[in-house]
Design a protein around this ligand. Structure first.
Ligand SMILES: Nc1ncnc2c1ncn2[C@@H]1O[C@H](COP(=O)(O)OP(=O)(O)O)[C@@H](O)[C@H]1O
Ligand SMILES: [Mg+2]
Length: 272
């Protein structure tokens, strides 16, 4: 039994069986020059343990949505709840992975991951054990003492993923985490992310520009409209949790889901 399971189980036993709830959420940005409605009337429930992919045109409010869930941003109207509790400020029970790994150049891979433990004042022994576990899970064993410049882009992103998972957050938010990687590395990381999600039973919200990535990884795909961002449709992906890459992409369900996403986004709208 991994600790992450207990985190997910705790969340499951809490006040809500939903990890994330957005209820009539709108976000308006007021700048000196203009007002921008980034999100309008977004409602979404994400059950504990689900993997949700979010796709939509550039500027439709995907990053804004993740910031709301993490508490980095407050909605202009509506409510955001995490495990049944209204989000009122930055949350510690989430992990966040961005497009850029944002590693500290002067710290080794291992010490970049341990940064999370230092920030959260985790017991040292627990942090060391968890770091070793995660590095093994992501194929980084042997690179503990390597510095970021000695790592490929894919490996740097693996380090960022380990750092985000160190404190065993019940919710993992990912904002185009593999967007800067080559296609093959991206595929590999997709396979690893599927396995990590199954092993940790973490609830994941993944923003991606890749239609294939969304369909391969998610239980549900949220397709958004252009600004102001609304949910156009939520597509259920009826594939088993464990997804062998070749088998999955050859499955008629995968074809159905990707075709539907493309249809909703409009021809050519989804850049891979
Ligand atoms: N802090 C901000 N101030 C003003 N406008 C913002 C701010 N953050 C985002 N926006 C605007 O809100 C819209 C949605 O942004 P964002 O969530 O980053 O889109 P996406 O991630 O889907 O590309 C965009 O038009 C963007 O310019
Ligand atoms: Mg964005």
């Amino acid at each position: 039994m991994s600790k992450a399971e207990t985190a997910a189980d705790r969340a499951r036993g809490g006040a809500s069986e939903h990890a994330v709830e957005l209820d009539g959420v709108a976000v308006r940005f007021r700048t000196r020059k203009r007002d921008v409605t980034a999100l309008a009337e977004v409602s979404l429930d994400v059950p504990v343990g689900e993997f949700v992919a979010i796709v939509g045109p550039s500027g439709c409010g995907k990053s804004t949505l993740l910031k709301l869930v993490s508490g980095l941003l407050k909605p202009s109207s509506g409510t955001v709840r995490l495990h049944g509790e209204t989000v009122t400020g930055p949350r510690h029970d989430i992990g966040f992975v961005f497009q850029r790994a944002a590693l500290l150049e002067w710290r080794s891979a291992k010490r970049n991951i341990l940064l999370q433990a230092e920030m959260r004042k985790m017991p040292a022994e627990q942090a060391r054990r968890r770091t070793a576990e995660l590095m093994e899970m992501t194929g980084l064993t042997g690179f503990e003492d390597a510095y970021p410049h000695e790592l490929s882009g894919g490996m740097q992103q693996r380090v960022a993923l380990c750092r985000a998972l160190l404190h065993e957050p019940p919710v993992l938010l990912m904002d185009e985490p593999f967007g800067a990687l080559d296609a093959l590395t991206r595929e590999q990381l997709n396979v690893e992310l599927n396995r990590i999600w199954r092993e940790t039973r973490t609830t994941v919200l993944l923003v991606t520009h890749s239609v294939a990535e969304a369909a391969y990884l998610a239980n549900r795909v949220v397709v958004m409209t252009s600004r102001p961002g609304r949910i156009a449709e939520v597509i259920d992906v009826n594939l088993p949790p464990e997804r062998d890459y070749a088998t999955t992409v050859a499955d008629p369900e995968f074809a159905r889901v990707t075709a539907r996403i493309r249809e909703l986004l409009g021809a050519g709208a989804a850049a891979d």
